[in-house]
Design a protein around this ligand. Structure first.
Ligand SMILES: *[C@@H]1O[C@H](CO)[C@@H](O)[C@H](O)[C@H]1NC(C)=O
Ligand SMILES: *[C@@H]1O[C@H](CO)[C@@H](O)[C@H](O)[C@H]1NC(C)=O
Ligand SMILES: *[C@@H]1O[C@H](CO)[C@@H](O)[C@H](O)[C@H]1NC(C)=O
Ligand SMILES: *[C@@H]1O[C@H](CO)[C@@H](O)[C@H](O)[C@H]1NC(C)=O
Ligand SMILES: *[C@@H]1O[C@H](CO)[C@@H](O)[C@H](O)[C@H]1NC(C)=O
Ligand SMILES: *[C@@H]1O[C@H](CO)[C@@H](O)[C@H](O)[C@H]1NC(C)=O
Ligand SMILES: *[C@@H]1O[C@H](CO)[C@@H](O)[C@H](O)[C@H]1NC(C)=O
Length: 506
């Protein structure tokens, strides 16, 4: 005892130094700000540049305060949400005065704070650049930009310019280091789809490789999955203005699932406006998260977290945000065969399963089977996908759950092909309420679910009562089946789903 104690005392100072060194090498400090955007009530009216700048200055003033607050917590990078500076619902012409000129990459490097007069109409970029320099951190923000084009190039719009929904990144001295034009626009009349696919990556002194995309992009191959699979991106910067849609696509659900499924860190900043269903931001590593979701106030929120430089490492638990940990999670081919899958004989494989019904969940016709007993194994199939569920309800409430399958093209508010196995709590006790939005649940269920998916891009989604995130105990692939299971849940289950995207069939 004694010698060890002495050694500890003697080396404590040096240990502390080496610990700090190791620490700073292994982690960086990131901030995301969920911003209650001050909205332009007159967004379809035409205005001039001066009024537009005055309007945007209100939001930029809040950004400045957040950079200062983040700097006090030693943040090295901060992410602000999509549409956080100008707001929503512009037309192509009404947004024009709100657009900054974005110089092409051959005119960079450029530090707007130090070289403000190099280009006209760059006031917003200048302000963001100065924030980055003053706070000595990387600043990631979303704004509207204009890029002149020649009509000879056929995709150039008739008015001779592109208008892009744009993410920009400034280094900690204010230099513009990256810009990205949103590809998958979500009914944004004010903006053009970029004529070419962009995969934007950059490195920082504290971590590499960062990539960026915006909001709806998260559901598509270009550029989100390409960045990770072809460009080896480890950290994604993700400004979003995401309207929550339960049971499957609340902002935090897809953020959590994306980081887990792809094994990267995701720094996600959403707009905060409860009336339009926007809340849900977070800092996610593959197995940990710090997130913000609040439908009860209109407050913005700054999250600051340690993020592992290598996302396959564990993050230390910090004490100032909601953090949860899973003891163990495995990925991909390293997963073992689920025991149940080997030993289980599906008892009703050759029968017609009873009580099958159709109900709409998020505009898609799911085929559901209700969970009528307190434990069992059930299957439900549609098109080429069969989903299986083995479950035990350990805490019972008077609630209806159903297990559903969808394998088809989603066509409302965007067109994209889905393969989904989903266990959901229904809105009421009637079958037609299955798929409705619910946020509270009292039934605790231990389960394993799996399906014979054709796509290998599958996002494990898990949500418990009061819109809390969770991770499956295990998930992965074996014998061409994707599965997830959970035997340590302690609160009511709202949604457990394998959300598959079959990009080739969009
Ligand atoms: C909105 O625009 C209209 C027409 O330009 C103007 O009359 C009105 O005062 C504006 N309202 C606000 C709140 O700015
Ligand atoms: C934008 O338009 C949509 C649809 O017209 C409307 O529901 C929403 O409230 C508008 N948002 C703002 C901020 O004006
Ligand atoms: C900026 O605009 C002014 C006034 O239109 C013009 O005189 C000047 O040449 C422009 N500067 C640049 C760098 O384009
Ligand atoms: C500013 O940051 C950029 C990007 O990290 C770097 O290339 C450049 O050397 C820096 N400039 C100065 C003056 O430090
Ligand atoms: C969950 O999956 C793991 C790994 O495949 C397996 O060891 C475990 O038995 C499964 N648990 C249940 C309850 O199916
Ligand atoms: C979904 O099912 C309903 C009722 O069976 C049907 O009217 C509707 O056309 C279906 N929608 C799609 C997209 O298949
Ligand atoms: C999934 O399993 C069902 C039932 O065995 C089968 O009909 C279907 O073809 C399978 N799908 C794939 C993609 O293998």
């Amino acid at each position: 005892m004694l010698p060890r104690y002495c050694i500890l005392l003697v080396c404590s100072f040096f240990c502390l130094i080496s610990f700090l060194n190791a620490y700073s090498k292994d982690f960086y400090i990131a901030a995301v700000y969920e911003h209650h955007t001050i909205l332009n009530q007159n967004s379809t009216a035409l205005t001039d540049r001066k009024s537009a700048l005055e309007f945007m200055s209100q939001n930029l003033g809040i950004y400045e305060k957040q950079v200062t607050a983040a700097a006090r917590k030693h943040a090295q990078i901060i992410v602000f949400p999509e549409d956080g500076i100008h707001g929503f619902n512009y037309t192509r012409s009404s947004i024009y005065p709100f657009l900054d000129f974005l110089p092409a990459s051959n005119l960079r490097p450029w530090n707007p704070c130090l070289e403000p007069h190099r280009f006209n109409d760059t006031e917003v970029l200048q302000r963001l650049s100065c924030m980055a320099a003053k706070g000595r951190m990387y600043v990631v923000a979303n704004l509207g930009t204009k890029v002149p084009c020649q009509r000879l190039n056929s995709p150039c719009p008739p008015d001779g310019r592109y208008q892009f929904n744009t993410n920009v990144v400034f280094s900690n001295n204010g230099t513009l280091v990256a810009s990205y034009f949103k590809k998958n626009l979500y009914f944004e009349l004010a903006f053009d789809t970029p004529p070419e696919n962009q995969c934007v990556v950059f490195d920082t002194p504290f971590a590499s490789r960062f990539g960026l995309f915006t909001c709806f992009d998260i559901l598509f191959y270009e550029p989100a999955i390409r960045l990770i699979e072809k460009h080896m991106v480890k950290h994604v910067l993700y400004p979003t203005a995401w309207m929550n849609q339960l049971p499957l696509l609340s902002a935090i659900q897809i953020q959590r699932a994306f980081a887990t499924a792809t094994g990267i860190n995701l720094l996600a900043a959403n707009v905060h406006h409860t009336q339009i269903g926007m809340t849900g931001s977070g800092i996610y590593s593959p197995t940990k998260s710090s997130f913000y979701y609040d439908m009860t106030s209109e407050n913005g929120k700054l999250l600051v977290e340690n993020v592992p430089v290598d996302p396959s490492w564990e993050t230390p638990v910090s004490d100032h945000e909601e953090i949860y940990t899973t003891q163990k999670i495995r990925y991909g081919d390293s997963c073992e065969m689920p025991i149940n899958l080997v030993s289980m004989k599906l008892p009703f494989q050759h029968q017609t399963p009873p009580y099958l019904f159709q109900a709409q969940m998020m505009y898609d016709n799911f085929t559901f089977i209700p969970l009528l007993t307190n434990e069992g194994t059930i299957q439900v199939c549609a098109a080429s996908l069969c989903c299986y569920l083995s479950y035990t309800k350990t805490l019972l409430a008077n609630e209806l759950y159903a297990f559903g399958v969808f394998d088809g093209l989603h066509t409302v508010h965007g067109t994209y092909y889905l393969q989904i196995c989903a266990l959901v709590k229904c809105g009421g006790l009637e079958p037609e309420t299955c798929g409705h939005e619910v946020t509270e649940a009292g039934t605790v269920i231990h389960y394993q679910l799996w399906g014979n998916f054709t796509t290998n891009h599958i996002f494990p989604i898990l949500l418990t009562s009061d819109v809390m995130l969770d991770l499956p105990s295990f998930w992965g692939w074996k014998n061409n089946l994707c599965y997830m299971n959970n035997t340590r849940m302690s609160s009511g289950l709202v949604t457990a789903a394998l959300y598959g995207r079959w990009y080739e069939r969009d």
